[in-house]
Design a protein around this ligand. Structure first.
Ligand code: E4P
Length: 218
C-alpha cells in the first residue's frame, strides 16, 4: 500500500519523507487556502522533496478550462498529478489529459458508479472519500470494498486512492480491503506508530539495560 500525505505543510511532508513513509502527496484547494501559500510555488517545493506523484487540483468547472489548467499545472514538475472533480466535465478532462500521458486523480468520489466512470476515462487514481461518508452516517469503507470488487472484476488499472482518512482504523481497514494507496494528514500517519505496549516494553528494556552499566558504542 502506498502512503500519500494529505497536506501542503512542507516541513511535515519532509519529516515523514525522511522516515521513508511518503510515496506521494495530495492537496486540494482547501488545503492550499489553509497553507496561506502561493499554490504553484508550494506545489513546486513539494515536488522537489517528494519523488512520487503530487496531486494539484484544478479549479475550473468546464472541461476545456480544466484541461488548460491541468496542462499548466503539469508544467510545474514532472511528478505533478492533475486532480479533477468527479463531474462530467472533470471526466472529459480526465480522458483528454490521460490520453496525453498526464497522470490524473479524480476526486470527490462518493459512489461505486462514479469510480467506474473514472476508470473508464483512464484515471490514474480514483479518490473515494471515506471520512465524509462516515460524517453523514454512511459507510465509507464499504465504498472502498465495492470499488475494489468492480476494478478487479474488469481488470481496471486505475488505482484506488482512499482519501478523507481520519483515523488509524480507516488505514487498517483500507489495507485489509486492498486499497492501492491511502492519503492521510501527517498526524494520522505519525499516530500509526503508537502503541501503549511498545512504550511500556521499551521503558522496561531501557531500565534493565541501565542495570548492566554497559554502553554499546564504547
Ligand atoms: C484527498 O485528496 C482530499 O484532499 C482529502 O483526503 C479530503 O479529506 P477531508 O474530508 O478530511 O477534508
Amino acid at each position: 500500500m502506498q502512503f500519500f500525505v494529505d497536506s501542503a505543510d512542507l516541513d511535515q511532508i519532509a519529516e515523514l519523507n525522511d522516515v521513508g513513509l511518503v510515496d506521494g502527496v495530495t492537496t486540494n484547494p482547501s488545503i492550499i487556502a489553509k497553507s496561506g501559500r502561493d499554490f504553484k510555488e508550494v506545489i513546486a517545493q513539494i515536488c522537489d522533496v517528494v519523488t512520487g506523484h503530487v496531486s494539484a487540483e484544478v479549479v475550473a468547472t468546464e472541461a476545456d478550462e480544466m484541461i488548460k489548467e491541468g496542462r499548466h499545472l503539469r508544467k510545474i514538475a514532472s511528478n505533478v498529478c492533475v486532480k479533477l472533480p468527479l463531474t462530467m466535465d472533470g471526466l472529459k478532462a480526465c480522458n483528454t489529459l490521460s490520453r496525453e500521458g498526464i497522470p490524473t486523480n479524480v476526486t470527490l468520489c462518493f459512489s461505486p458508479n462514479q469510480a467506474l466512470l473514472a476508470a473508464k476515462c483512464g484515471a490514474t487514481y480514483i479518490s473515494p472519500f471515506i471520512g465524509r461518508l462516515d460524517d453523514i452516517t454512511l459507510d465509507g469503507l464499504e465504498l472502498i470494498e465495492d470499488i475494489r470488487t468492480i476494478y478487479d472484476n474488469y481488470g481496471f488499472e486505475t488505482k484506488i486512492l482512499a482519501a478523507s482518512i481520519r483515523n488509524a482504523n480507516h488505514v487498517k481497514e483500507c489495507a485489509l480491503i486492498g486499497a492501492d494507496v491511502m492519503t492521510a494528514p501527517p498526524n494520522v500517519i505519525r499516530n500509526l506508530s503508537n502503541h501503549v505496549l511498545t512504550d511500556k516494553g521499551l521503558a522496561a528494556f531501557l531500565k534493565d539495560w541501565e542495570k548492566t552499566g554497559q554502553s554499546i558504542l564504547t
